[in-house]
Design a protein around this ligand. Structure first.
Ligand code: ZN
Length: 318
């Protein structure tokens, strides 16, 4: 049973910055590094095994080679790999957007819908994002405000700070604002409906495509439903805080003082995204090193493993 370091695919969307390269050691030649897809079996941006005898395989190829047992019993109900984890560096505002739920996305797009969660890894002073509506509005008002460019008068802007969490169920209108670096845990989907893009043009000089009709089909026209605040739990050598849990993923923030013993049980693989610190991860077979920005995949049923070194990390299971 294995502990694997992963390496990501990258995206150079127009709003991206360079922090993932400059501060998170990402090896990427793109001018802008908007997103790194840290844990991904999606065809639009696979992640790769970067340690051990299977280095060079995509994560999807690794799972194919070793069997779906490496994902754990809680993944059996998912036909596709269930989740996707990204780091996102927004130097500029992202478009105002929405994602469909599973039923709509499977029917119209042929892939999963997207419920997602944001963990604010870092942000500029005063940075803001858009999260749902201030109050409920009608379908007619939604349509007319899109048409006359006044949608932002009824959307909910939220000032953010490091460590904040936003649970974004499919259908929730949202936009990451400039100056925010986010860890995003989401369903395995690349379907986004853009409603408003600040009049920007893409790399080809043309306005980026909007998807207003589909957005009208799927947007929940009400305030966002946030995940309830949870307590910090003290364990031997570390603390954990549940960030959110839904039918697709369960994610914790971990703060490890010097060393901690964690476990990958039979139910799910474990994804660790290291956000601060240098660590060694060890089980009875192997040891790998990981630092700020690195992503680690531990196969289901691996049992106990030790994280040596102080760090902050986001841990996700299915
Ligand atoms: Zn989104």
């Amino acid at each position: 049973m294995a502990i694997l370091k992963l390496s990501p695919s990258f995206k150079d969307y127009i709003w991206g910055g360079t922090r993932l390269r400059d501060e998170y050691s990402k090896k990427c030649d793109l001018d802008r590094v908007a997103e790194s897809w840290e844990l991904s079996c999606h065809k639009d941006g696979p992640s790769f095994v970067a340690s051990g005898g299977d280095a060079g395989l995509t994560l999807a190829e690794y799972i194919e080679k070793h069997g779906r047992g490496v994902l754990g019993s809680d993944c059996e109900s998912f036909e596709e790999f269930p989740i996707l984890i990204k780091l996102i560096d927004a130097k500029d505002n992202l478009s105002v957007q929405v994602h469909p739920d599973n039923d709509y996305a499977m029917r119209v797009e042929g892939e999963y819908g997207k419920t997602e969660m944001w963990y604010i890894v870092d942000c500029d002073e005063g940075a803001q994002l858009l999260y749902g509506f201030k109050h409920e509005i009608s379908k007619e008002e939604f349509a007319s405000r899109i048409a006359d460019n006044t949608l932002l008068e009824v959307t909910n802007s939220v000032k953010v700070k490091k460590g904040d969490v936003f649970f974004i169920r499919s259908g929730t209108l949202h936009a990451i604002g400039k100056g925010i670096l986010i860890a995003e845990i989401q369903q395995n989907s690349n379907t986004t409906y853009r409603i408003y893009d600040y009049g920007r043009v893409g790399a080809d000089g043309k306005p980026r495509q909007l998807h207003v009709e589909k957005a009208k089909d799927v947007t929940t026209l009400a305030p966002a439903q946030s995940y309830p605040e949870t307590p910090v739990e003290q364990h031997d050598g570390y603390t954990s805080k549940l960030l959110s849990s839904c039918e697709y993923f369960t994610t914790y923030a971990l703060d490890i003082e010097a060393s901690a013993e964690l476990e990958a049980d039979e139910k799910s693989f474990v994804s660790l995204l290291i956000l601060e610190g240098d660590v060694k991860l060890t089980n009875e077979n192997e040891t790998i090193e990981a630092k700020k920005g690195d992503s680690v995949f531990i196969t289901a049923g691996s049992g106990k493993f030790t994280v040596c070194g102080g760090c902050k990390a986001v841990m996700t299971k299915v």
